[in-house]
Design a protein around this ligand. Structure first.
Ligand code: HPA
Length: 273
């Protein structure tokens, strides 16, 4: 199912009928990383299930709301709960919120996710700024008739993650004494984790971390020319010597442990904008 411009506009009109706040920055929070919402001075909160044409989150660990308010003095909208391709949505549904947030006014997009660590220098609960990505999803959110309102047919992916935002985030991390890594994120469809051979392959092709999100939203944002800043929280180690059987509660636990650091980086970065 294609998501049409008029369906996106209908969702936007509904949201604008509930709140007149104009967000400058959109924030997408990953698995186990939703606590940043507690720091927002909330002005409006809208359940995904109330928004016309909006996909509804099926993952229990996500609560499924758009949250409008102020964080670090900036007007923001946060997605508490994102849509994963593995849940069964098509890519246009996965990225619909990015387009909605754009029509609501966002000028920058921040993303967090939980990811497996492939780089031997990484430890569990490390933060990794995404500097570039490798797209291994079998579907693309921009496939099909181009939505010219948002951008051109062949968006460029040079600087898919904004170098200025990366530099500012590194300054924030240094000022706050937070150790932060930087690397390449490989995006896979999931929902299974990878085999040991697949982890070795991903490391060989140049990935430092692997996860099941972020790339579709990044592509949709770059189509609209929105600068993106994204951070992976390393929830499990996937390189020889450290790779072992993991459970989803372990992954969520590691994400929650790192969440306060990630929130500090996002808040500090917002302050510097
Ligand atoms: N693989 C894919 N996605 C993930 C992983 C992983 O090892 N850890 C957290 N998300």
């Amino acid at each position: 199912m294609q998501v049409s411009l008029s369906q996106i506009q209908e969702a936007v009109s509904f949201i604008q009928s509930k709140t007149n706040t104009k967000p400058e920055v959109g924030i997408i929070l990953g698995t186990g990383l939703g606590a940043l919402v507690d720091d927002i001075e909330i002005e409006a909160s809208i359940s995904y299930s109330d928004i016309p044409n909006f996909p509804v989150s099926t993952v229990e660990t996500h609560s499924g709301k758009l949250i409008f308010g102020k964080l670090s003095g900036k007007q923001i909208v946060a997605m508490q709960g994102r849509f994963h391709y593995y849940e069964g949505y098509n890519m246009q549904q996965v990225v619909m919120p990015v387009r909605v947030m754009r029509l609501l006014g966002i000028e920058k997009l921040f993303i967090s996710n939980a990811a497996g660590g492939l780089n031997k220098g990484f430890e569990t609960s490390d933060l990794m700024i995404i500097q570039d990505h490798i797209n291994l999803f079998p579907e693309n959110p921009l496939r099909g008739p181009n939505l010219d309102t948002f951008g051109g047919r062949f968006p460029d992916m040079w600087e898919a993650y904004d170098p200025k935002l990366i530099e500012l985030a590194k300054e924030v991390a240094e000022e706050k004494g937070i150790d932060i890594k930087e690397g390449v994120y490989a995006g896979v469809p999931g929902p299974n984790l990878e085999t040991p051979a697949e982890y070795r392959y991903l490391e060989k092709i140049g990935a430092d971390a692997v996860g099941m999100s972020t790339i579709p939203e990044n592509i949709a944002a770059r189509h609209i020319d929105i600068p993106v800043f994204a951070v992976s929280v390393i929830t499990d180690l996937c390189y020889p010597g450290k790779l072992k059987k993991v459970s989803i509660p372990d992954i969520i636990g590691a994400a929650m442990k790192a969440e306060p650091k990630m929130t500090e980086v996002f808040k500090g970065l917002l302050e510097k904008l």
